[in-house]
Design a protein around this ligand. Structure first.
Ligand SMILES: Nc1nc2c(c(=O)[nH]1)N[C@H]1C(S)=C(S)[C@@H](COP(=O)(O)OP(=O)(O)OC[C@H]3O[C@@H](n4cnc5c(=O)[nH]c(N)nc54)[C@H](O)[C@@H]3O)O[C@H]1N2
Ligand SMILES: Nc1nc2c(c(=O)[nH]1)N[C@H]1C(S)=C(S)[C@@H](COP(=O)(O)OP(=O)(O)OC[C@H]3O[C@@H](n4cnc5c(=O)[nH]c(N)nc54)[C@H](O)[C@@H]3O)O[C@H]1N2
Ligand code: SF4
Ligand SMILES: [Mo]
Length: 582
């Protein structure tokens, strides 16, 4: 009998389990999904998708599209082909195409548009990125949401916060900030100061977990000295908080089972790795590692504990942050919308226009397929077999095909077609699925999890050479805005998943910034400019402009420079000026 079990494919912390019931998507009652999905999946069927392939604007059949694809590849030196893959669908079969591209000698990408800087900071400090899963956050007494907006991006965290002490550190008075026991409405890009000041006062108050420090962080005195280089009064004033709030924070967390739940908001900066590492250091001072219900949750590596069946080790790669599209004759874009989601759109557009063949393989119309020569529709997650893992829990979610459809082609079938055309061996689809599934194990409570992932990592110390935490030894003082400038923050919108679904298009400002609701403004940064309609939101700080990720043209304003560590995009490094248009 056909199984009705699947899972949401989207790039989202929660990776919810789904039951497909006569055309309706219903949430798993058990486990973290807790019986509810979010608006993206509740309205999944209402989003218009690309139904037919096209070449140079003309509708063609799928067979013609595949023949065209083969022709284009045959006419291109394989080292002049780039495979640019995004995260529109997070399930594991997406990666099968990597294998074929690597084997024919095409380029793949490396680097990150997402969490790379933070991850680099974690790895420098701890030697690995092992995440605190949702099931452990459930056991905490205190949850610190540090640059994470659960009502928009991880709603299945919310039921776990019930009856817990909640602290929010966010420049925006988010919904969760309004409900929290303590909200620090921090100035953007100043979290490193806050984390270091908290460590310093933890030490001054003699509240560090000394046994933990002696066992796994013996360089702590040097780190304390580093924290002493910060001028307390001036910095507190600058970042928008009081000494009282430092005291309140420590009072709420010391001696409590605490989860510090970080989001990507803290690390969209060139020193994003250091910010994350300073937060980790605070957790070390509090002795939060290796204990039940304690730890730091970030975006774990969703593929932790899973060996990739794709042979891509020898593939040549270019960065996915400042990709030199113009150095390639043929660019194959899969599950991504680089013309909206990569930084510095003007640069991307200019580079991609110098590419002879742009091929887009995806679900929706957007600014990238608008400039593509060949458009190949994909199958939705309901129309193909797949399996997925998560970056916030350890579950492995089997995704069975639910419906037959004439529209689109699956990633496996497209990879198999190319493999056949260019002599690349592929395993059967069932073998790939089995390969992934073999990394899972059924737990005592009946849940299916990735086998080699620990619920409570770092019990025996860190994964560094000597099992000790490696503290920051220096840090960069972040740049400050001029009086005429604003911080540009670009968090996720509740209504869209980056550039999929309902994309928000406003620039949000505090009323005190002096612009009226509905007026048109131009934002200017040293990367470019973009026009928006103003919405007033007094939950923002007066020195911030908020434009959601996925809003059209927001990335005209962002730089394609990399973070110092982690080869990551730094979407919030630019400041903006505002010009009134009408
Ligand atoms: N609805 C929805 N859900 C999503 C997504 C989506 O687009 N829409 N995208 C998915 C993806 S790809 C990802 S990576 C995750 C990311 O999800 P989150 O980690 O929640 O990331 P963001 O929404 O970018 O930022 C979170 C919070 O950081 C705050 N912030 C911004 N700058 C700073 C700062 O300098 N310091 C501090 N302390 N906070 C700051 C923002 O105001 C925001 O409230 O969400 C996933 N889930
Ligand atoms: N300014 C700013 N820019 C940002 C961010 C930010 O916070 N601020 N966030 C960044 C982050 S965290 C991320 S992760 C990136 C995300 O950026 P992208 O990886 O580009 O993700 P999406 O915008 O979700 O676009 C994904 C595309 O995937 C396609 N797709 C969906 N499902 C499938 C499928 O099953 N198969 C195939 N072949 N295609 C499919 C859809 O057509 C969609 O257009 O954006 C980054 N850009
Ligand atoms: S919360 Fe995330 S995983 Fe769950 S249905 Fe929504 S987008 Fe999918
Ligand atoms: Mo992301």
């Amino acid at each position: 009998m056909k199984s009705s079990i699947t899972a949401c494919p989207l790039d989202c912390y929660d990776a919810c389990g789904i039951v497909y019931d006569e055309g309706k998507l219903k949430a798993f009652k058990d486990g973290h999904t807790q019986g509810f999905l979010c608006p993206h999946l509740n309205h999944y069927a209402s989003h218009e998708r690309i139904k037919q392939p096209r070449y140079k604007g003309e509708v063609i059949s799928m067979q013609e599209a595949l023949t065209k694809l083969e022709e284009i590849f045959s006419a291109t030196l394989k080292s002049e082909i780039l495979h640019y893959r995004g995260s529109g669908n997070f399930a594991l079969m997406q990666g099968v195409t990597d294998h074929v591209f690597a084997k024919i000698g095409a380029y793949l990408t490396d680097g990150s548009l997402c969490d790379g800087a933070g991850e680099a900071g974690i790895v420098e400090g701890r030697g690995s990125n092992k995440n605190m899963p949702l099931s452990e956050i459930a056991k905490s007494e205190v949850v610190v949401l540090w640059g994470r907006n659960p009502h928009a991006t991880s709603s299945h965290l919310l039921p776990l916060l019930k009856d817990k002490t909640v602290i929010v550190i966010d420049p925006v008075k988010t919904k969760i900030a309004k409900m929290a026991n303590l909200h620090i409405q921090i100035k953007p890009h100043t979290d490193i100061f806050l984390a270091m000041l908290l460590y310093r006062f933890l030490h001054i108050e003699d509240s560090c977990d000394d046994a933990f420090l002696e066992a796994f962080a013996t360089e702590h005195e040097d780190y304390y000295e580093l924290t002493q280089t910060i001028r307390i009064k001036a910095i507190l004033e600058d970042i928008g908080m009081t000494l009282g709030q430092i005291g309140d924070f420590l009072h709420l967390v010391v001696g409590k089972k605490t989860a510090i739940v970080c989001g990507v908001g803290i690390q969209k900066y060139r020193d994003g790795a250091d910010v994350m590492r300073a937060i980790d250091a605070l957790a070390v001072g509090l002795g939060l590692f290796g204990k039940e219900g304690c730890g730091v949750a970030y975006l774990g590596n969703s593929q932790e504990g899973i060996n990739s069946p794709s042979e891509t080790q020898k593939a040549k790669r270019v960065s996915k942050v400042n990709t030199p599209f113009d150095e390639f004759k043929t660019v194959f874009i899969q599950g991504a919308n680089p013309l909206a989601q990569m930084p510095d759109t003007n640069r991307v557009l200019d580079a991609i226009e110098h590419t002879q063949n742009v091929i887009y393989f995806g679900l929706y119309e957007n600014e990238t397929n608008a400039i593509a020569d060949l458009v190949i529709p994909a199958k939705t997650f309901l129309e193909k077999e797949d399996i997925r893992t998560s970056y916030s829990h350890n579950g492995m979610m089997v995704m069975h095909k639910q419906v037959e459809s004439d529209i689109g082609i699956s990633e496996y079938d497209l990879a198999a077609y190319l493999g056949n055309a260019f002599d690349v061996q592929l395993k059967s689809e069932a073998e790939y699925l089995e390969h992934f599934k073999n990394h899972g194990v059924v737990k005592i409570d009946g849940s299916f999890e990735v086998e080699n992932r620990e619920a409570v990592p770092y019990k025996e110390g860190f994964d560094t050479d000597d099992n000790e935490f490696v503290f920051l030894e220096e840090f960069e003082v972040p740049q400050k805005v001029d009086e005429e400038e604003f911080y540009l923050i670009t968090p996720k919108a509740a209504s869209s998943l980056n550039s999929q679904f309902h994309r928000d298009s406003y620039a949000y400002l505090h009323a005190a910034a002096g612009f009226s609701e509905g007026s048109r403004i131009k934002l200017l940064s040293n990367s470019g400019e973009a026009e928006f309609v103003v919405k007033i939101n007094n939950d923002l700080r007066e020195d911030c402009v908020l434009v959601h990720s996925g809003a059209k043209e927001v990335n005209n304003l962002t730089t394609s420079k990399h973070s110092y560590e982690g080869k990551s995009a730094i979407f919030q490094e630019n400041f903006v000026r505002i010009l009134k248009i009408d």
